[in-house]
Design a protein around this ligand. Structure first.
Ligand code: KIV
Length: 272
């Protein structure tokens, strides 16, 4: 049963702004490969993010910094081949947009051209304004990302809640207004106080998508491996697990090993 206010055959950046206007919350999830993206898209998730969290959950790195533009394009093209309805947004990885606006545009164009993605996401505010403008001027939709921006983890030092003090909260609000003004279609707000998410979401006309930002965001995003319980060592307060796939998969795989060792698998019926 769907509780969507309107059926969207194909979600676009315009649909998301319309959802905010209608008071319909936006669902967003990450995916990094064809098989997972097919399931996520068929479940009517509005936005699929090919996040640079692939660096953590797919490649096993401690941070999002090592993933490359080529690797993001590989993940994004696999996702795009599976998707019929969702808007597919791809992260510009660390090092592909910070040095200058021309490089940022070149990276965004490579993502759009080589993967077929629909939009890109960049972390940061005023510091990357010129890069965001350059990408938008080329007709590429941009999603912003403020608050806890994992590509800056070594500047922050920890993954704790951001913008708790007035200065940082005011800067975040100014950055959100600026991103709206220059033409971004949406902004991810990561790990900030719920009251600040409410204030930002009420002050701008483009949708906010929260992760650890509380219930007042216009939409929510989670990393698919966390939602499914495939990662069991990561337990932030904001995470709701809908399955315990780590245990279920472990049991199934152990059973397979046992069946092979005991010569139970394959049976007469499972051979030619
Ligand atoms: O890379 C990612 O998965 C993200 C989300 C956590 C928003 O940026």
């Amino acid at each position: 049963m769907s509780i969507a206010k309107k059926e969207y055959k194909r979600v676009t950046v315009k649909s998301l702004v319309e959802m905010k206007k209608q008071g319909e919350k936006i669902s967003m999830l990450t995916a990094y490969d064809y098989s997972m993206a097919k399931i996520v898209d068929a479940a009517n998730v509005d936005v699929i993010l090919v996040g640079d969290s692939a660096s953590n959950v797919m490649a096993g790195h401690e941070t999002t910094l090592p993933i490359t533009l080529d690797q993001m394009i590989y993940h994004a093209s696999s996702v795009i081949r599976a998707v019929h309805r969702a808007l597919v947004v791809v992260d510009l990885p660390f090092g592909s947009y910070q040095s200058d606006p021309k490089e940022a545009l070149r990276s965004a164009i490579r993502i759009m051209k080589e993967s077929g993605a629909h939009a890109v996401k960049l972390e940061g505010g005023e510091e990357i304004k010129e890069s965001v403008k350059r990408i938008l001027n080329a007709g590429i939709p941009v999603m912003g990302h403020l608050g806890l921006t994992p590509q800056s983890i070594y500047k922050f030092g920890t993954y704790s809640v951001r913008a708790k003090d007035t200065d940082e909260a005011e800067k975040l609000m100014a950055d959100a207004r600026m991103l709206e003004k220059i033409g971004c279609f949406s902004i991810v707000l990561e790990k900030i106080p719920a009251a600040l998410t409410k204030k930002v979401s009420e002050s701008i006309s483009i949708p906010t998508i929260g992760i650890g930002g509380g219930k007042h965001a216009d939409g929510q995003v989670l990393v698919i491996h966390d939602l499914l319980g495939m990662t069991h060592e990561f337990n932030p307060r904001f995470l709701r697990r809908y399955m315990n796939l780590y245990d279920e998969m472990s049991e199934a795989i152990s059973q397979y090993v046992q069946d092979v060792k005991s010569k139970d698998f394959p049976s007469e019926e499972e051979q030619y």
